[in-house]
Ligand binder design. Structure first.
Ligand code: SF4
Length: 430
């Protein structure tokens, strides 16, 4: 499509300051968030002393990522002053991380000792310290994002069992560690889900959405039937708390057949659907997601996502990509220019058919095959976020199902709601 990027800079923006100057139409908060995600962060002892376990979140059930930095209790995420989030755990092996420090009673992101921006730790919802009737801590049933709860009923991905796990993903390594450290179950129980949602709904203003996600379950009469059954059971349990059949909800799941999608829509209150294609190129999909490639394949994965629009409607179906993984070595694109052109062309094909593409920032995670890779430049991410957001405007797709309040993990969906100009004067990034 040839998206043009309004930039005042001639070269590639390497730092937050350069990117803010080069891209006057992009929110500085989005630029900063992206850079923190690609470079990671650490906490000083002073900053950690401000973590108040009675009010802040420091433990979560997390499918992919890590729910503990080398065993320490750390904040699960940060909130910026515009209400957007930076969802990242510290990485003690990062080469050039930001530092969160406490200065005069407030928390700041700092870079090489220089203050960049004030941040807050995420607060804990009221249900977090309660227990279900079976004795399960409710924080282990539902993790909380700013205005969404995440119920991830199965934290094992069966693509891994045949050596087909996605190369950027650490789900099984992460869940093994979680079980050991926090005594967490791989599968949730429907009754626990029902009781936790019931409790969460008691807190006014807490919830705008319920999201469920799970590692892929390949078994069943038709491949993925058992994953569909699990979602049906869990969505029905959550939905029993609502007066009406349909309730604000989404799943981030495998690419289901039309028959499976129809069952999900008809038998539950599910309103929106995401299936992550991860990387928008068939050749790289076969390398990076070998299990998905072998058992379903790129064209079919994509076709199924598009088919879901007929069931859930335009604006109610999205697909996530791991932004930057398309440049992984040795088989990824050789240049950021080529990668951006290919990714945005493929994203436009999906957008034109009613599917929104959203991106995360590639974080080379411990426990994943790509733990030694590096993320691309900040300049690349600014263009990727802007490009995906521009495509949504062009095809009039709203992304309320995955916006900054419900998710917070996509710089491009943050862009969809921010009036960039009104925030420029408040950020003194360096
Ligand atoms: S399908 Fe890929 S990204 Fe999703 S849980 Fe399995 S290995 Fe991870």
């Amino acid at each position: 499509m040839g998206i043009s990027f309004r930039t005042t800079g001639a070269g590639r923006a390497e730092t937050v300051r350069e990117a803010i100057e080069a891209y006057p139409d992009v929110s500085p908060f989005v630029i900063l968030k992206t850079d923190v995600m690609r470079r990671s962060l650490r906490y000083t002892e002073r900053a950690l002393s401000k973590l108040d376990k009675s009010i802040h979140q420091y433990q979560q059930r997390v499918l992919i990522g890590s729910n503990g930095a080398e065993g320490a209790d750390v904040p699960v995420s940060l909130q910026l002053r515009d209400g957007t989030s930076i969802i990242i755990m510290p990485n003690l092996h990062a080469a050039n991380p930001y530092t969160v420090d406490e200065i005069d009673g407030k928390l700041f992101l700092t870079d090489q000792g220089r203050i960049v921006e004030e941040v807050e730790y995420w607060y804990k919802p009221d249900y977090y310290d309660k227990f279900t009737s079976s004795g399960t801590p409710m924080w282990q049933v539902a993790s909380a994002r700013p205005q969404r709860i995440d119920i991830d009923p199965n934290s094992h991905c069966y693509f891994w069992d045949g050596g087909g796990g996605c190369k950027f993903c650490n789900i099984n390594a992460n869940s093994t560690r979680s079980r050991k450290e926090r005594n967490m179950a791989v599968r949730l129980k429907a009754q626990d889900v029902y009781e936790t949602v019931r409790e969460a709904l008691k807190q006014p203003g807490l919830l705008t959405n319920i999201k469920m996600s799970s590692g892929s379950i390949l078994s069943g009469q038709e491949i993925l039937d058992d994953e569909v059954e699990l979602y049906i059971e869990m969505l029905q349990a959550a939905g029993a708390n609502f007066k009406h059949k349909k309730f604000p909800s989404t799943i981030v799941a495998s690419a289901f057949s039309e028959k499976q999608l129809a069952r999900l829509y008809d038998e539950t209150g599910l309103m929106t659907y995401t299936s992550d294609i991860e990387v928008l190129n068939e050749r790289l999909f076969s390398w990076i997601c070998p299990g998905k490639h072998r058992l379903i394949g790129y064209p079919e994965w994509k076709r199924r996502i598009v088919q879901a629009v007929d069931i859930f409607g335009r604006g109610n179906v999205s697909s996530g990509i791991v932004g930057g993984v398309e440049l992984a070595k040795p088989h990824g694109f050789q240049s950021e220019e080529e990668a951006l052109a290919v990714v945005l062309e493929e994203a436009e094909d999906l957008a034109s058919r009613g599917v929104s593409v959203v991106h995360t920032v590639f974080v080379p995670m411990p426990g994943s095959a790509f733990h030694n890779q590096t993320a691309p430049s900040l300049d690349y991410y600014v263009k990727l976020s802007t490009g995906l957001s521009t495509l949504r405007k062009k095809y009039q797709l709203n992304i309320d199902m995955d916006n900054y309040r419900k998710c917070g993990n996509h710089p491009d969906t943050d862009l969809d709601r921010i009036d960039e100009g009104s925030y420029r004067h408040v950020l003194s990034a360096g």
